[in-house]
Design a protein around this ligand. Structure first.
Ligand code: NAD
Ligand code: K
Ligand code: MN
Length: 373
Protein backbone atom coordinates (compact mmCIF):
# COMPACT_ATOMS: atom_id res chain seq x y z
CA UNK A 1 0.00 0.00 0.00
CA UNK A 2 1.24 3.47 -0.83
CA UNK A 3 -1.67 5.18 0.83
CA UNK A 4 -3.74 4.53 3.90
CA UNK A 5 -7.00 6.14 4.87
CA UNK A 6 -8.51 5.49 8.29
CA UNK A 7 -11.91 6.58 9.53
CA UNK A 8 -11.98 7.77 13.15
CA UNK A 9 -15.22 7.35 15.11
CA UNK A 10 -14.41 8.38 18.71
CA UNK A 11 -18.12 8.56 19.67
CA UNK A 12 -18.62 9.23 23.42
CA UNK A 13 -16.80 9.56 26.74
CA UNK A 14 -13.25 8.27 26.83
CA UNK A 15 -13.57 7.28 23.17
CA UNK A 16 -12.68 10.94 22.56
CA UNK A 17 -9.49 10.52 24.58
CA UNK A 18 -8.25 7.13 23.42
CA UNK A 19 -8.97 7.43 19.69
CA UNK A 20 -6.82 10.60 19.29
CA UNK A 21 -4.08 8.73 21.20
CA UNK A 22 -4.35 5.79 18.78
CA UNK A 23 -4.19 8.23 15.88
CA UNK A 24 -0.93 9.69 17.17
CA UNK A 25 0.55 6.20 17.44
CA UNK A 26 -0.49 5.35 13.85
CA UNK A 27 1.07 8.61 12.65
CA UNK A 28 4.28 7.71 14.43
CA UNK A 29 4.54 4.15 13.13
CA UNK A 30 3.45 4.46 9.49
CA UNK A 31 6.46 5.27 7.29
CA UNK A 32 6.53 8.69 5.62
CA UNK A 33 6.40 7.20 2.15
CA UNK A 34 2.84 6.02 2.82
CA UNK A 35 0.28 8.76 2.21
CA UNK A 36 -1.68 8.67 5.47
CA UNK A 37 -5.09 10.25 5.85
CA UNK A 38 -7.66 10.30 8.64
CA UNK A 39 -11.36 10.93 8.12
CA UNK A 40 -13.40 12.05 11.14
CA UNK A 41 -16.72 10.27 11.30
CA UNK A 42 -19.61 11.04 13.64
CA UNK A 43 -21.62 8.66 15.82
CA UNK A 44 -22.66 8.32 19.43
CA UNK A 45 -25.28 8.93 22.07
CA UNK A 46 -24.31 12.55 22.49
CA UNK A 47 -24.74 13.05 18.75
CA UNK A 48 -28.16 11.44 19.11
CA UNK A 49 -29.19 13.83 21.87
CA UNK A 50 -28.21 16.77 19.63
CA UNK A 51 -29.44 15.58 16.25
CA UNK A 52 -31.75 12.61 16.82
CA UNK A 53 -29.36 10.39 14.86
CA UNK A 54 -26.83 8.08 16.54
CA UNK A 55 -25.25 6.70 13.38
CA UNK A 56 -25.39 9.09 10.40
CA UNK A 57 -25.82 7.63 6.92
CA UNK A 58 -22.62 9.43 5.95
CA UNK A 59 -20.58 7.42 8.46
CA UNK A 60 -21.97 4.15 7.11
CA UNK A 61 -21.50 5.27 3.51
CA UNK A 62 -17.85 6.28 3.92
CA UNK A 63 -17.04 2.91 5.50
CA UNK A 64 -19.12 0.81 3.13
CA UNK A 65 -18.29 2.47 -0.17
CA UNK A 66 -14.51 2.57 0.04
CA UNK A 67 -14.16 6.11 1.43
CA UNK A 68 -11.66 4.73 3.96
CA UNK A 69 -9.58 1.53 4.11
CA UNK A 70 -10.62 0.74 7.66
CA UNK A 71 -11.88 2.49 10.78
CA UNK A 72 -11.36 2.88 14.51
CA UNK A 73 -14.32 3.13 16.85
CA UNK A 74 -14.00 4.45 20.42
CA UNK A 75 -16.95 3.81 22.69
CA UNK A 76 -20.53 4.81 22.98
CA UNK A 77 -22.52 5.84 26.06
CA UNK A 78 -25.65 3.78 25.60
CA UNK A 79 -28.06 4.51 28.46
CA UNK A 80 -29.39 1.55 30.42
CA UNK A 81 -32.99 2.73 30.06
CA UNK A 82 -34.98 2.75 26.86
CA UNK A 83 -34.67 5.97 24.88
CA UNK A 84 -37.23 6.32 22.09
CA UNK A 85 -35.61 6.20 18.67
CA UNK A 86 -32.14 5.34 19.95
CA UNK A 87 -30.19 2.19 19.14
CA UNK A 88 -26.49 1.62 19.79
CA UNK A 89 -24.50 2.91 16.79
CA UNK A 90 -21.76 0.30 17.17
CA UNK A 91 -24.26 -2.54 17.15
CA UNK A 92 -25.85 -0.95 14.06
CA UNK A 93 -22.50 -0.38 12.35
CA UNK A 94 -21.48 -4.02 12.86
CA UNK A 95 -24.69 -5.09 11.17
CA UNK A 96 -24.70 -2.51 8.36
CA UNK A 97 -21.13 -3.44 7.37
CA UNK A 98 -21.70 -7.13 8.13
CA UNK A 99 -18.74 -7.18 10.51
CA UNK A 100 -19.69 -10.61 11.70
CA UNK A 101 -16.75 -11.37 13.97
CA UNK A 102 -15.45 -9.55 17.02
CA UNK A 103 -11.92 -10.79 17.57
CA UNK A 104 -10.63 -10.09 21.10
CA UNK A 105 -7.13 -11.17 22.05
CA UNK A 106 -6.58 -11.35 25.80
CA UNK A 107 -2.89 -11.50 26.55
CA UNK A 108 -0.90 -11.00 29.73
CA UNK A 109 2.54 -9.49 29.59
CA UNK A 110 3.38 -10.11 33.21
CA UNK A 111 6.20 -12.68 33.58
CA UNK A 112 4.26 -14.60 36.23
CA UNK A 113 1.17 -15.10 34.15
CA UNK A 114 0.88 -16.74 30.75
CA UNK A 115 -2.57 -15.91 29.45
CA UNK A 116 -2.66 -15.84 25.67
CA UNK A 117 -6.11 -16.37 24.29
CA UNK A 118 -8.39 -14.99 21.60
CA UNK A 119 -12.11 -14.72 22.10
CA UNK A 120 -13.97 -14.84 18.80
CA UNK A 121 -17.40 -13.41 19.41
CA UNK A 122 -20.27 -13.66 16.92
CA UNK A 123 -21.25 -10.10 16.19
CA UNK A 124 -24.55 -9.97 14.33
CA UNK A 125 -27.20 -12.01 16.13
CA UNK A 126 -28.04 -13.79 19.42
CA UNK A 127 -30.12 -11.68 21.79
CA UNK A 128 -28.77 -8.46 20.35
CA UNK A 129 -30.76 -8.48 17.15
CA UNK A 130 -33.89 -7.59 15.31
CA UNK A 131 -35.73 -10.31 13.54
CA UNK A 132 -37.92 -10.27 10.50
CA UNK A 133 -40.05 -13.33 10.11
CA UNK A 134 -42.50 -14.27 7.42
CA UNK A 135 -45.74 -15.78 8.53
CA UNK A 136 -48.46 -17.09 6.36
CA UNK A 137 -51.95 -16.38 7.62
CA UNK A 138 -54.51 -19.06 6.79
CA UNK A 139 -52.09 -20.14 4.05
CA UNK A 140 -53.47 -17.39 1.83
CA UNK A 141 -51.56 -14.17 2.31
CA UNK A 142 -47.96 -13.65 3.39
CA UNK A 143 -47.45 -11.24 6.20
CA UNK A 144 -44.19 -9.81 7.26
CA UNK A 145 -43.97 -9.96 11.00
CA UNK A 146 -41.42 -7.69 12.55
CA UNK A 147 -40.30 -9.01 15.88
CA UNK A 148 -38.14 -6.71 17.89
CA UNK A 149 -35.46 -8.49 19.84
CA UNK A 150 -37.22 -7.36 22.97
CA UNK A 151 -40.82 -6.64 23.72
CA UNK A 152 -43.03 -5.95 26.69
CA UNK A 153 -46.65 -6.76 27.39
CA UNK A 154 -49.13 -5.35 29.86
CA UNK A 155 -50.86 -8.02 31.85
CA UNK A 156 -54.47 -7.95 33.01
CA UNK A 157 -53.31 -7.53 36.62
CA UNK A 158 -51.44 -4.32 35.82
CA UNK A 159 -47.97 -5.87 35.90
CA UNK A 160 -45.73 -6.21 32.87
CA UNK A 161 -43.86 -9.09 31.27
CA UNK A 162 -40.86 -8.56 29.02
CA UNK A 163 -39.62 -10.96 26.37
CA UNK A 164 -36.44 -11.33 24.39
CA UNK A 165 -36.00 -13.36 21.24
CA UNK A 166 -32.71 -15.02 20.50
CA UNK A 167 -31.57 -15.80 17.00
CA UNK A 168 -28.86 -18.29 16.11
CA UNK A 169 -28.50 -19.05 12.43
CA UNK A 170 -26.55 -21.79 10.74
CA UNK A 171 -24.96 -19.29 8.34
CA UNK A 172 -23.69 -16.94 11.05
CA UNK A 173 -22.53 -19.84 13.22
CA UNK A 174 -20.67 -21.40 10.30
CA UNK A 175 -18.79 -18.27 9.36
CA UNK A 176 -17.81 -17.43 12.93
CA UNK A 177 -16.63 -21.00 13.55
CA UNK A 178 -14.66 -20.89 10.29
CA UNK A 179 -13.05 -17.62 11.38
CA UNK A 180 -12.15 -19.15 14.77
CA UNK A 181 -10.49 -22.21 13.20
CA UNK A 182 -8.62 -20.06 10.70
CA UNK A 183 -7.30 -17.94 13.59
CA UNK A 184 -6.32 -21.16 15.39
CA UNK A 185 -4.41 -22.40 12.33
CA UNK A 186 -2.56 -19.09 12.03
CA UNK A 187 -1.64 -19.23 15.73
CA UNK A 188 -0.52 -22.83 15.34
CA UNK A 189 1.66 -21.94 12.36
CA UNK A 190 3.39 -19.19 14.36
CA UNK A 191 4.37 -21.58 17.19
CA UNK A 192 7.40 -23.85 17.44
CA UNK A 193 6.80 -27.06 15.48
CA UNK A 194 6.79 -29.28 18.57
CA UNK A 195 3.93 -27.31 20.20
CA UNK A 196 0.60 -29.01 20.76
CA UNK A 197 -2.01 -28.28 18.10
CA UNK A 198 -3.97 -25.05 18.67
CA UNK A 199 -7.22 -25.52 20.58
CA UNK A 200 -10.62 -24.04 19.79
CA UNK A 201 -13.06 -24.04 22.71
CA UNK A 202 -16.70 -23.76 21.69
CA UNK A 203 -18.72 -21.91 24.33
CA UNK A 204 -22.43 -22.62 24.59
CA UNK A 205 -25.18 -23.74 26.92
CA UNK A 206 -26.85 -26.41 24.86
CA UNK A 207 -27.62 -28.53 27.89
CA UNK A 208 -30.45 -26.04 28.49
CA UNK A 209 -30.79 -24.10 25.24
CA UNK A 210 -30.65 -27.22 23.14
CA UNK A 211 -32.21 -25.66 20.04
CA UNK A 212 -30.39 -22.33 19.73
CA UNK A 213 -27.06 -23.17 21.36
CA UNK A 214 -27.54 -26.71 20.13
CA UNK A 215 -27.41 -25.43 16.56
CA UNK A 216 -24.34 -23.30 17.29
CA UNK A 217 -22.56 -26.31 18.80
CA UNK A 218 -23.57 -28.65 15.99
CA UNK A 219 -22.30 -26.24 13.33
CA UNK A 220 -18.99 -25.73 15.17
CA UNK A 221 -18.49 -29.50 15.30
CA UNK A 222 -19.28 -29.74 11.61
CA UNK A 223 -16.86 -26.96 10.70
CA UNK A 224 -14.10 -28.70 12.64
CA UNK A 225 -14.88 -32.10 11.13
CA UNK A 226 -15.25 -31.03 7.52
CA UNK A 227 -13.91 -27.48 7.15
CA UNK A 228 -11.08 -26.44 4.84
CA UNK A 229 -10.86 -29.87 3.19
CA UNK A 230 -10.08 -31.53 6.51
CA UNK A 231 -7.32 -29.05 7.46
CA UNK A 232 -9.17 -27.84 10.55
CA UNK A 233 -9.41 -31.34 12.00
CA UNK A 234 -5.83 -32.11 11.06
CA UNK A 235 -4.26 -28.88 12.37
CA UNK A 236 -6.45 -27.89 15.32
CA UNK A 237 -8.07 -29.48 18.31
CA UNK A 238 -11.59 -28.66 19.44
CA UNK A 239 -13.30 -28.90 22.77
CA UNK A 240 -16.40 -27.34 24.25
CA UNK A 241 -17.40 -25.68 27.48
CA UNK A 242 -20.76 -24.74 28.92
CA UNK A 243 -20.70 -20.98 29.42
CA UNK A 244 -21.12 -21.07 33.19
CA UNK A 245 -18.30 -23.51 33.78
CA UNK A 246 -16.38 -21.58 31.14
CA UNK A 247 -16.41 -18.58 33.49
CA UNK A 248 -15.28 -20.80 36.36
CA UNK A 249 -12.41 -22.27 34.38
CA UNK A 250 -11.51 -18.89 32.91
CA UNK A 251 -10.94 -17.54 36.43
CA UNK A 252 -9.10 -20.63 37.66
CA UNK A 253 -6.97 -21.67 34.71
CA UNK A 254 -7.06 -18.96 32.03
CA UNK A 255 -3.70 -20.09 30.61
CA UNK A 256 -5.35 -23.28 29.36
CA UNK A 257 -7.46 -21.46 26.76
CA UNK A 258 -6.28 -20.70 23.26
CA UNK A 259 -9.07 -19.70 20.86
CA UNK A 260 -12.64 -19.47 22.20
CA UNK A 261 -15.63 -19.08 19.93
CA UNK A 262 -18.97 -17.94 21.33
CA UNK A 263 -22.36 -16.53 20.41
CA UNK A 264 -22.65 -12.77 20.76
CA UNK A 265 -23.76 -12.28 24.36
CA UNK A 266 -21.57 -15.00 25.94
CA UNK A 267 -18.59 -13.67 23.99
CA UNK A 268 -19.24 -10.16 25.29
CA UNK A 269 -19.49 -11.29 28.89
CA UNK A 270 -16.54 -13.67 29.00
CA UNK A 271 -14.24 -11.17 27.32
CA UNK A 272 -14.95 -8.46 29.90
CA UNK A 273 -14.26 -11.13 32.54
CA UNK A 274 -11.05 -12.18 30.82
CA UNK A 275 -9.99 -8.51 30.76
CA UNK A 276 -9.86 -8.54 34.56
CA UNK A 277 -7.27 -11.34 34.38
CA UNK A 278 -4.85 -9.21 32.38
CA UNK A 279 -5.04 -6.13 34.54
CA UNK A 280 -7.74 -3.91 33.08
CA UNK A 281 -10.39 -3.42 30.44
CA UNK A 282 -8.17 -0.53 29.40
CA UNK A 283 -5.71 -2.88 27.69
CA UNK A 284 -8.00 -5.26 25.79
CA UNK A 285 -8.36 -4.59 22.08
CA UNK A 286 -10.62 -5.97 19.39
CA UNK A 287 -11.47 -5.81 15.75
CA UNK A 288 -14.88 -6.09 14.18
CA UNK A 289 -14.19 -8.01 11.01
CA UNK A 290 -16.23 -8.94 7.98
CA UNK A 291 -15.25 -10.20 4.56
CA UNK A 292 -14.50 -6.69 3.27
CA UNK A 293 -13.91 -4.28 6.12
CA UNK A 294 -12.44 -4.01 9.60
CA UNK A 295 -13.20 -1.66 12.49
CA UNK A 296 -10.72 -1.64 15.36
CA UNK A 297 -12.37 -1.03 18.73
CA UNK A 298 -11.24 -1.17 22.36
CA UNK A 299 -13.38 -3.66 24.27
CA UNK A 300 -14.19 -1.14 26.99
CA UNK A 301 -17.09 1.29 27.03
CA UNK A 302 -17.20 5.07 27.44
CA UNK A 303 -16.21 4.90 31.15
CA UNK A 304 -18.25 7.88 32.40
CA UNK A 305 -16.62 7.51 35.84
CA UNK A 306 -13.26 8.68 34.48
CA UNK A 307 -14.17 10.53 31.26
CA UNK A 308 -12.70 14.01 30.93
CA UNK A 309 -9.99 13.49 33.55
CA UNK A 310 -7.24 12.59 31.10
CA UNK A 311 -6.53 9.32 32.90
CA UNK A 312 -8.12 6.80 30.54
CA UNK A 313 -5.81 4.03 29.46
CA UNK A 314 -5.08 4.41 25.73
CA UNK A 315 -3.54 0.93 25.38
CA UNK A 316 -6.73 -0.90 24.35
CA UNK A 317 -7.31 1.65 21.58
CA UNK A 318 -3.66 1.63 20.54
CA UNK A 319 -3.65 -2.17 20.35
CA UNK A 320 -6.90 -2.03 18.36
CA UNK A 321 -5.13 0.30 15.93
CA UNK A 322 -2.32 -2.27 15.71
CA UNK A 323 -4.81 -5.03 14.92
CA UNK A 324 -6.39 -2.83 12.25
CA UNK A 325 -2.99 -2.11 10.70
CA UNK A 326 -2.22 -5.82 10.66
CA UNK A 327 -5.56 -6.50 8.92
CA UNK A 328 -4.63 -3.87 6.34
CA UNK A 329 -1.29 -5.55 5.64
CA UNK A 330 0.97 -3.38 7.84
CA UNK A 331 2.24 -6.35 9.83
CA UNK A 332 5.63 -4.92 10.64
CA UNK A 333 4.10 -1.72 11.99
CA UNK A 334 1.55 -3.73 13.99
CA UNK A 335 4.26 -5.77 15.67
CA UNK A 336 6.24 -2.59 16.42
CA UNK A 337 3.19 -1.28 18.25
CA UNK A 338 2.86 -4.56 20.14
CA UNK A 339 6.47 -4.51 21.24
CA UNK A 340 6.30 -0.86 22.34
CA UNK A 341 3.06 -1.39 24.27
CA UNK A 342 4.45 -4.46 26.04
CA UNK A 343 7.59 -2.56 27.01
CA UNK A 344 5.54 0.26 28.46
CA UNK A 345 3.39 -2.25 30.38
CA UNK A 346 6.48 -3.89 31.85
CA UNK A 347 8.23 -0.57 32.50
CA UNK A 348 7.81 2.03 35.24
CA UNK A 349 4.49 1.21 36.94
CA UNK A 350 4.03 4.82 37.99
CA UNK A 351 3.81 5.94 34.37
CA UNK A 352 0.78 3.71 33.79
CA UNK A 353 -2.79 4.94 34.22
CA UNK A 354 -4.66 4.38 37.53
CA UNK A 355 -6.61 1.34 36.23
CA UNK A 356 -3.23 -0.44 36.21
CA UNK A 357 -2.22 0.96 39.59
CA UNK A 358 -0.16 3.87 38.28
CA UNK A 359 -0.41 7.65 38.53
CA UNK A 360 0.03 8.32 34.82
CA UNK A 361 -2.13 10.05 32.25
CA UNK A 362 -3.44 9.15 28.81
CA UNK A 363 -0.93 11.48 27.17
CA UNK A 364 2.02 10.22 29.18
CA UNK A 365 1.37 6.59 28.25
CA UNK A 366 0.85 7.53 24.60
CA UNK A 367 4.09 9.52 24.55
CA UNK A 368 5.97 6.61 26.10
CA UNK A 369 4.67 4.26 23.38
CA UNK A 370 5.54 6.72 20.62
CA UNK A 371 9.03 7.25 22.00
CA UNK A 372 9.70 3.53 21.61
CA UNK A 373 8.51 3.36 17.99
P1 NAD B 1 -16.88 0.58 30.78
O1 NAD B 1 -16.08 -0.37 29.98
O2 NAD B 1 -17.12 1.91 30.20
O3 NAD B 1 -16.21 0.77 32.21
C1 NAD B 1 -16.05 -0.30 33.14
C2 NAD B 1 -14.97 0.07 34.16
O4 NAD B 1 -13.68 -0.02 33.50
C3 NAD B 1 -15.06 1.49 34.65
O5 NAD B 1 -14.68 1.52 36.00
C4 NAD B 1 -14.07 2.27 33.82
O6 NAD B 1 -13.53 3.38 34.44
C5 NAD B 1 -13.00 1.21 33.54
N1 NAD B 1 -12.37 1.42 32.24
C6 NAD B 1 -12.88 1.11 31.02
N2 NAD B 1 -12.05 1.48 30.06
C7 NAD B 1 -10.99 2.05 30.65
C8 NAD B 1 -9.79 2.66 30.16
N3 NAD B 1 -9.50 2.74 28.84
N4 NAD B 1 -8.92 3.14 31.06
C9 NAD B 1 -9.17 3.05 32.38
N5 NAD B 1 -10.28 2.50 32.89
C10 NAD B 1 -11.18 2.01 32.04
O7 NAD B 1 -18.27 -0.15 31.09
P2 NAD B 1 -19.59 0.44 31.81
O8 NAD B 1 -19.21 1.37 32.89
O9 NAD B 1 -20.39 -0.75 32.11
O10 NAD B 1 -20.34 1.22 30.66
C11 NAD B 1 -20.24 2.64 30.48
C12 NAD B 1 -20.93 3.01 29.18
O11 NAD B 1 -20.23 2.43 28.09
C13 NAD B 1 -22.35 2.50 29.07
O12 NAD B 1 -23.15 3.54 28.54
C14 NAD B 1 -22.28 1.34 28.12
O13 NAD B 1 -23.44 1.20 27.35
C15 NAD B 1 -21.14 1.76 27.24
N6 NAD B 1 -20.42 0.64 26.57
C16 NAD B 1 -20.09 0.83 25.27
C17 NAD B 1 -19.36 -0.14 24.61
C18 NAD B 1 -18.97 0.10 23.18
O14 NAD B 1 -18.81 1.22 22.78
N7 NAD B 1 -18.77 -0.91 22.38
C19 NAD B 1 -18.96 -1.30 25.29
C20 NAD B 1 -19.29 -1.42 26.64
C21 NAD B 1 -20.04 -0.45 27.28
K1 K C 1 -15.77 0.10 22.68
MN1 MN D 1 -18.80 -5.45 26.35
Amino acid sequence: RTSLSIGLIPADGIGREVIPAARRVIEAVIPNKVRLEFVDLAAGFELFTKTGVALPEETIRVCRDGGVDGALFGSVSSPSHKVAGYASPIVALRKKLDLYANVRPVVSVSPNSNIDMVIVRENTECLVCRIFSFTSLRAKAMFIKYIKSESIENNADGTRTAYATRKISETASRRIATMAFNIALARGAARPSNSPLPLVTVVHKSNVLSITDGLFREVCHDVWNTGKDGEFKKLARMDEQLVDSMVYRLFREPHKFDVCVAPNLYGDIISDGAAALVGSLGVVASTNVGDNFCVGEPVHGSAPDIAGKGISNPIAAVRSAGMLLSYLGFNEEASKIDIAVNKVLLGDKNLLTPDLGGHGKTDGVTNAIIKLL
